[in-house]
Design a binder for this molecule. Structure first.
Ligand code: PDD
Length: 295
């Protein structure tokens, strides 16, 4: 595997930092940025398909909501933000990939309370290509997940940069040869994946995903799928499900901006259904792709 660190980014990549487009190599924020020192920041990840941002508005809606929940405003007018986002896609020549955007409370002398005189927020963005063929392989063959206790805080609906429990669970998954970790609450119900929403199809062919609350991130892909499914007459139930129910499910899948609806064919080593991606997962993926305008 190629060694990759930020200081050895592929040539030509451009980062956006507070109003400036900079070479990705060496682009940085202040050492006392509150996101860096205190996790006092919000982020978004949007897909790019055919050089176009996917679900741009709902991602901006969610960014605005997350910021509001931590007492922050958008760092600039929405129209201006969109210009920067699109400029990042263009300058990085991304055809299929991801845009990452982060807003932190800014750089100020380290202290826990939110400062009375709020500094200028820090806005950063990166854009990068994704391996399209690797994505197609996941859709064809499905992926495995493992389950882990959900050790996150009680406001998982806010897309904060504080991701330590998520990345520990995800690392366990990768070590176990799985793609994702499904996080499980104290009562045995799946909340969501470490960076994806979780879905199953039950014996009656009902598509099920957990209802929105403070317990999960309101996934943009989830939201668009619900709208597309409703329009196509495909019923979806929003309710909790246990790991035991998931193990007996006909199908399972996960959703996120990084891969639409990816079939889950194994949970904690147990095959789901016949161990192959199922028809309803494919239908949901197709409905999403049509609505979002991706291949
Ligand atoms: N993760 N749940 C969690 C905890 C997530 O971090 C994400 C997204 C999702 C899916 O949301 P969406 O459909 O809006 O991508 C659910 C992004 C991709 C990330 O952290 O990279």
């Amino acid at each position: 595997m190629k060694k990759w660190t930020a200081s050895r980014a592929p040539a030509g990549r451009v980062a956006y930092v507070n109003g400036r487009y900079l070479p990705h190599t060496g682009a940085g924020v202040h050492i006392e940025d509150r996101s860096l020192q205190l996790g006092d920041g919000i982020y978004e990840v949007a897909g790019i398909s055919n050089g176009r941002l996917i679900d741009e508005e709902p991602h901006l809606d969610r960014l605005e909501r997350s910021l509001r929940e931590i007492g922050m405003a958008m760092p600039m007018e929405r129209a201006a933000l969109k210009l920067v986002m699109r400029e990042m896609v263009r300058r990085n020549r991304v055809r299929d990939g991801l845009l990452y955007m982060q807003v932190s409370r800014g750089a100020v002398r380290r202290d826990h309370p939110i400062p009375d005189i709020v500094p200028r927020p820090t806005l950063i963005m990166t854009a990068r290509a994704q391996d399209v063929e690797a994505g197609r392989k996941k859709l064809r063959e499905g992926i495995a997940v493992i389950t882990r206790p959900d050790q996150r805080w009680a406001r998982r609906d806010i897309k904060t940069v504080q991701l330590l429990p998520n990345l520990l669970a995800k690392t366990d998954a990768r070590k176990a040869g799985a793609y994702e970790a499904w996080l499980v609450d104290g009562e045995g119900f799946v909340t969501e994946g470490a960076s994806t929403n979780a879905w199953i199809v039950d014996a009656d062919n009902h598509v099920i995903t957990r209802q929105l609350s403070h317990d999960i991130l309101p996934g943009v892909t989830r939201r668009v799928i619900l709208e597309a499914a409703a329009a196509a007459g495909q019923p979806i139930a929003e309710r909790k499900f246990t790991v035991a129910e998931a193990l007996k499910a006909r199908e399972a899948f996960l959703t996120s901006a990084t891969g639409a609806a990816i079939p889950v064919v194994k949970i904690d080593g147990t095959l789901i259904g016949d161990g192959m991606p199922g028809p309803l997962t494919r239908r949901v993926h197709m409905l999403y792709a049509q609505k979002a305008g991706i291949e």
